[in-house]
Design a protein around this ligand. Structure first.
Ligand code: GLP
Length: 242
C-alpha cells in the first residue's frame, strides 16, 4: 500500500495512524514496537508525542526494539541510536525506559549479542509494527547492498555512502563508526506489520526499486515485496521515479 502525500505533516499522520491502530489492537497488554532512527521517522514520532499529550494516546505496557546500533557506542553516547530514540520519542511518552532496547554496541562479544537480540525479539512475541526508513542505496536498518535476504541480527560493515550520509550527525565522517549491529532482512520480515517512510529526491531511486524493482540483495529494501502488510508513505519527490 503506497501513500504519496503532499507534505511531511500529512505523512507523519499516516504513519502515526498505523501506530495508533497497532496500539488499539494490542489493548492493555501494550504492543511490541520496532523503532527506527534516522531523520525520516522523526516527524511521525513528533506526531505520536503530540497525540500522547493532547489526545491521551497511551503506550503503557508497550515495549520497543530498535533496528540497529553502532558498534563501539555505549547506549548513553549522544550519537548512539538508543540515545537518539529516547531523545526524539520514547522519553516523551508513557513507555517504560527499561522496555526500550537496542543491540548493545559495547558488548564484548558482538556475535553473541546479535544472537541474543534475536532471541529477545522472539521471547517478546515478535514485533507488532515495525517502522522503517530507507537509505539512498536501498538499505533498511543497516542491511547494505549484498546483505542476505534471509539475514538475522548480526555485525555488519557500513558502506562509504552510508557513512557519508550519516556523517551529518558526527563532527566528521572519520568519527562515524564503521560497523553496526543490525537486525537482518529476515528478522525485519518477521514483523507483523511494517510502515516505511521516505522523503526527498535523494530517496527516489531506492523507493522506485523498493516498489517496482526485482527482488535482489542489490537493493535490500526490495525484500519487503515478500511481506503481506507493508505501508509505504512517501512525498512527491521520493515518489518521483515510480
Ligand atoms: C541509517 C539507519 C536506517 C535509516 C537510514 C536513513 O542508516 N540505520 O535505519 O533508514 O539511516 O536515514 P534518514 O532517514 O536520516 O535518511
Amino acid at each position: 500500500e503506497i501513500h504519496i502525500v503532499e507534505d511531511g505533516a500529512t505523512g507523519a499522520e499516516v504513519v502515526a495512524d498505523q501506530f495508533a491502530r497497532t496500539l488499539r489492537e494490542a489493548g492493555p497488554r501494550g504492543a511490541v514496537l520496532g523503532l527506527a532512527t534516522g531523520s525520516s521517522p522523526v516527524p511521525a514520532y513528533t506526531e505520536l508525542i503530540r497525540r500522547h499529550r493532547e489526545e491521551g494516546l497511551s503506550f503503557a505496557g508497550s515495549r520497543a526494539f530498535l533496528l540497529d546500533e553502532y558498534v563501539g557506542l555505549p547506549a548513553g553516547h549522544p550519537q548512539s541510536y538508543h540515545h537518539f530514540i529516547r531523545e526524539n520519542f520514547t522519553s516523551h511518552v508513557d513507555i517504560d525506559d527499561a522496555a526500550v532496547v537496542s543491540p548493545d554496541g559495547t558488548a564484548a562479544d558482538p556475535v553473541a549479542e546479535a544472537a541474543s537480540y534475536d532471541r529477545r525479539l522472539v521471547e517478546a512475541g515478535g514485533v507488532d509494527l515495525q517502522i522503517l526508513g530507507i537509505g539512498s542505496n536501498g538499505h533498511i536498518a543497516f542491511n547494505e547492498p549484498g546483505s542476505s535476504l534471509a539475514s538475522r541480527t548480526r555485525v555488519v560493515g557500513l558502506t562509504r555512502s552510508t557513512i557519508e550520509d550519516n556523517s551529518r550527525y558526527f563532527a566528521s565522517a572519520a568519527d562515524v563508526p564503521v560497523r553496526a549491529l543490525s537486525q537482518g532482512l529476515g528478522t525485519i520480515l518477521e514483523a507483523r506489520r511494517i510502515v516505511l517512510t521516505a522523503t526527498g529526491a535523494q530517496k527516489a531511486e531506492a523507493v522506485a526499486q523498493l516498489a517496482e524493482g526485482a527482488i535482489s540483495a542489490r537493493w535490500p529494501a526490495t525484500v519487503l515485496q515478500l511481506h503481506p502488510d507493508v505501508v509505504v508513505v512517501v512525498d512527491e519527490a521520493a515518489a518521483s521515479r515510480l
